[in-house]
Each structure stands twice: as structure tokens, then as C-alpha cells.
Design a protein around this ligand. Structure first.
Ligand SMILES: [Zn+2]
Length: 260
């Protein structure tokens, strides 16, 4: 695979979020049954996928306290994890039968749905699915911080950037790919990222850009302000003590100055 194609694929390692999707129709999960419980999660899978559940449970439990403590939340129930045996059945379950293969994980309210790492499809690997499950759990944790208000007011770039940041889905490779994709052109504005549909967001490199915005905010201003921003995005100028425009300009400079 040539470098350009590899970079494109990496940038496409993105995660469909469907917080506003309707609850699953019952029949789509009939083939899955409760096959494992851990301290904070209930796993539903086929018999074939039982062998991967220990690894998924360890991955989730290893990240659980860090994320819930960071956000200052307690989740008073076990989270359901529904593991689909292949891309096709997962896309059927999220009512998106024609979705591209990079759509492998989703959170619907406080249910976590994903494709089995044992059968990750053409765009993902076992390892990337192990990050996707943490990413989707971060969305659920953020959902709990917003539960009483409705999460729709949270900007996409903040929601997706934070989920990738906590799931460790940033690397020098991604940083370089984002930077080189912006050579000779200015990145989409934060407002453009905020108003894009889920598909447009993926197509405009929204995921790579978002995690770099979050990394910039954490590097320059610290994680505590970022957590505050997740809780009160409308107060961005008070939290950072400068206008949103200036903050965004600082981010563009951060990308331009990034040493490859
Ligand atoms: Zn996501």
C-alpha cells in the first residue's frame, strides 16, 4: 500500500457517532446474547465472539476509572456492550445498511455497539477496534455528564476530539497526515466542523482535525480547562480568557508550527 493511500486510510479511521439515532429495533440484536459481565459492563455477543470478550473487558475496565474520574461522574449501572459478528450486521443494527466500512462503532444513549475485533472489515484491524471500544465508552461517559441537558449542544469537534484523545487514537503519523493535508490550504473553521453532518465531518478530515484541536487545547491550557469546556462549551471565552477567534487562530498557528 503506498504512503498516500495509507495516510488516507488512517485519516479514515473514524467513528460514526449516532447519539441522536433511535433506539435499536429489538429483532436486530436477537442473535446476540448476554455472554459475559465485568465490574462495569455487560457484554452481548455471538458464541464465536466469546473468546474476545476477556480482552475487551480488560481494555474497558483499565480505562473506566480514569475517564469517569476525569469527568467527575458516576454511572450507576452496568453499560451494555453489543458486539456484532461482522460489519454488515452492525450496519443493519444502526439502521445504516450502506455505511462505509470505517463505520465500526457507535454509542446510542448509553449502549455501546461495535463490530467484533475478530472480524474488523476492510478499514480496521484488531488493534484499532480495541481503541474504538474505548472511544465509544468516552462518548457514553460524556453523555452521562450531559444527561440532564441533552448532548446536542456539544460541538462535534469537541466530542470526537476528546473521545480520540482519551482512546489514544493520535500518533505522529496522524499529526503528520493532518499537517500535510493542510499544506497550501487553511483548515476548515471550527464553525464549519460544528455544522457538518456526520458524513461531511468524516470527509473533511474532521476526526484528525478534532483530535489535534483537543491536543492543542490540552498542551497549551491543560486538561482541567478542557473538561470544563466539555461541560460548558458555551462558556469557551470565559474558560480560556480570550475570544474564540483568537483561540482558533492560535490553533492554526499550532498546526503550522508543528515540527514533522
Ligand atoms: Zn466518536
Amino acid at each position: 500500500m503506498n504512503i498516500r493511500l495509507a495516510a488516507l486510510n488512517l485519516l479514515s479511521i473514524v467513528f460514526f457517532v449516532c447519539l441522536t439515532m433511535p433506539k435499536l429495533a429489538g429483532q436486530t440484536t436477537d442473535t446476540l446474547s448476554l455472554t459475559k459481565e465485568s465490574q462495569h459492563f455487560c457484554f452481548y455477543s455471538t458464541k464465536t465472539d466469546i473468546k474476545v470478550l476477556d480482552s475487551l473487558a480488560i481494555t474497558l475496565e483499565n480505562n473506566y476509572s480514569r475517564i469517569t474520574n476525569r469527568l467527575g461522574i458516576q454511572i450507576g449501572k452496568k453499560i451494555n456492550v453489543k458486539l456484532f459478528p461482522d460489519i454488515k450486521s452492525f450496519h443493519g443494527a444502526i439502521h445504516y445498511p450502506d455505511a462505509p466500512d470505517w463505520v465500526v462503532g457507535s454509542s446510542i444513549d448509553d449502549d455501546l455497539l461495535m463490530v467484533s475485533p475478530l472480524n474488523p472489515g476492510s478499514m480496521h484491524t484488531y488493534g484499532s477496534l480495541m481503541q474504538v471500544i474505548v472511544h465509544e465508552f468516552v462518548h457514553i461517559a460524556v453523555y452521562y455528564t450531559w444527561k440532564d441537558r441533552g448532548i446536542n449542544a456539544l460541538p462535534n469537534w469537541l466530542n470526537e476530539g476528546y473521545a480520540q484523545y482519551e482512546a489514544g487514537q493520535i500518533s505522529d503519523y496522524i499529526r503528520k497526515a493532518v499537517k500535510s493535508s493542510l499544506t497550501d490550504k487553511t483548515p476548515p473553521t471550527w464553525s464549519q466542523l460544528e455544522t457538518a453532518s456526520a458524513m461531511e465531518f468524516g470527509q473533511m478530515n474532521g476526526y484528525g482535525l478534532s483530535v489535534m484541536i483537543v491536543e492543542f487545547l490540552v498542551d497549551k491550557y491543560g486538561i482541567d480547562k478542557l473538561v470544563l469546556l466539555i461541560k460548558e462549551p458555551e462558556n469557551i471565552e470565559t474558560i480560556y480568557g480570550i475570544s474564540k477567534d483568537i483561540l482558533e487562530k492560535q490553533w492554526v498557528q499550532y498546526i503550522e508550527a508543528y515540527q514533522l
